[in-house]
Structure formats: C-alpha cells, structure tokens
Design a protein around this ligand. Sequence first.
Ligand code: SF4
Length: 356
Amino acid sequence: MKRRETKPVKIGKVKIGGTSPIAVEGVIKTKTEDTVSTIAQSKKLIKAGAKIVKIALSNMVAVRAISKIKDRIDASLVADVHNCRLALESIERGIDKLTVNPENISKEGMLRIIEKAKEKEVPLCIEISSNSLERKFSSERKEVEKYREVLAEEIVKSALNTTEFLEKESFSDIIIYLKTSDVLTTILSYQLLSDKISYPFHLEIPSIGSSLPGIIRSSISIGTLLFQGIGDVIKVSLADDPVEEVKVGYEILKSLSLSKRGPILVSCPTCGRCHTDLETVVRDVLSGIEGIEAPLKIAVMGCEVNGPGEAKDADVGIACTRYGGVLFKKGKSLRRIKEKDIARVLIEEVKKMSCS
Ligand code: SF4
C-alpha cells in the first residue's frame, strides 16, 4: 500500500507526515489540573505506545499545568482549545500542538494564534467539524439525495478555505482533522481532500455509545483510509479506559502491517473439540505480555486437530489437547504441558524470545 505523500510536521519530539511512521495519539481523561493523576495516566498511555498525549485545557489553571506535565512525561503534549486566550497562553507555556476549530474563534483571534504559533513553531491541527457546517444548512438542504456527498464537499471546501487563509499568513505547520460522526462521510471527506492538499491528516471518529460500536466504527473508518494510504496520526475514541483506545489504535495499525509494535496473539474461536478454558488462557496470556514490544506472533489454539498448523506457524504457540497442550516454538513441537501451566509457560517463552 502506497502512502499519500504529505508534508512532514513536527509535534514536539514526534514527526508526522513525510516518511515518518503513523503515530498513535492517546487522550487523558483526568482533570488536567490534577497533575498527579494526569501524569500517572499519561505514563500508562505512553507504555501502551502513545507518542502523542492530549490533555483538556478548559481553564487557565489547566493551562498553567502544561510545563509541569511536560517535564514528567516522554511524549508530545497536545490539546484542543476553543478560546483565543487559552490558545495563546498554552502556546506560550510549551504545548506541542493545538487543535482549533476556526468556526469557534474570531478571525482576529485566529490571526493572533497563527502569529504566536509561528513564533514558537507550534503546529496547528485544524478541526473542520461537520456539526459547525450543518448548523448553517437549511432543512431542505439536509433532505437532498446524496446528502453525504454534499456534506463531504462542504467539509472539503471549508478545509481548503482555512488552509488558504493560513497560507496567506505564511503558516504551513498544519495538520487537518475532518470531524464527523458518520463513518461514510468521514471516509468520503478525507478521500476527496487527499489529493487537493499535502498537509498530514489526523484520523479520528468520535465515539458514540459503548466501546464495541466505537471499536468497529474506528476500525472501519481509520482502517479503510489507512489501507488507501491516507492518514498520518490516528486517535481511537471510545467510551472506555484511554489505554484501550491506544491498544485498539495499534491493533488497527498491526492489522494493516503499518506497525510492528508488540506481539500479535492469534487464537481460535473454540468449538466442541476444545476441552480447555481457552478464554481464560487468552486473557491471562494477554495480561502477562502487556508492555512487551517485540513483534512476535503467538498462537493459542483449542485442539490437536486444527491447532498444530497455526501453532507451528507462530513464533510460539500452543495446541491444546484433552490433557493439556503441546508447546510449539518456531515451527517445532517442544513438549507437552499441563493445562494449569499453559498461560504461564507461554508468557515465559514470549518474555525469553523478546529479550533474545
Ligand atoms: S482449532 Fe480446534 S477447537 Fe479451535 S475452532 Fe478449530 S477445530 Fe475447534
């Protein structure tokens, strides 16, 4: 898959666009001003692979916490702001990227933000929100056939107008985020814009409801675009623990071979042939290998009929039997193990292989 050619942009220490790897952004869900909890949660996201960490800046107390948080974490710190005063102060205090929706800020305010961002070399992520545009649509316009196409064209037009405005001010450290909660409109909008400008894209689809639909919607929208070479930074949005959002982000990248970070665990869905509590084994193995970065393939298979093939194909695998399991490593059958030892042995083998 050929990636869209984009302009490299630096977000603090992290480069996106150009030939840089696709970055995964995580979001902090604590109150920013509670710096102890914010730093603790940032560290968990970074351990899960987040290179960019987003905080909420809803007041000046939160803005004043920026340098304290930055000093204690090894990731780029970014934020969304809907207010010129908070934007200017957060750039002054060292934020690494700001997301702004130009619909929420006056033209004069935007000019001041651009000037400050230029001075401090801070990139601006331009959020073009379908909600802001749709508010201006008449009810008849919302009822036209092919409404998604109409909306996507408006989103693209708005993105182009905004980038033109920024370019006139000689500002080009731009990232684009097209925000809509509809999967098809998201895909269509990014596709339409992708060959019109070369700024890097932030891909994210806001979560709706519980985490399962969120995972599916993110996987389809982000995955489809990445498969077409579109996207430079991704953020999965779920009504869940933010560490899960980062993990899902990496699973999307790994599914498309766009990241090699961390093991891939393959397990069978089980059927009547399985005599092992495979669900518990898989859960225990996943929790035991958390934090391991080596790109190993692990297989946990439910029976001796169809299990050995997949287990042999993995770096390390187990094919369960009626009496326990057979351990495979790099295609070779090593030994039989008891059911109670399966998860522990697999975790030990993965740890050994990740150090070698
Ligand atoms: S590997 Fe065995 S237990 Fe698992 S689904 Fe296939 S046949 Fe069933």
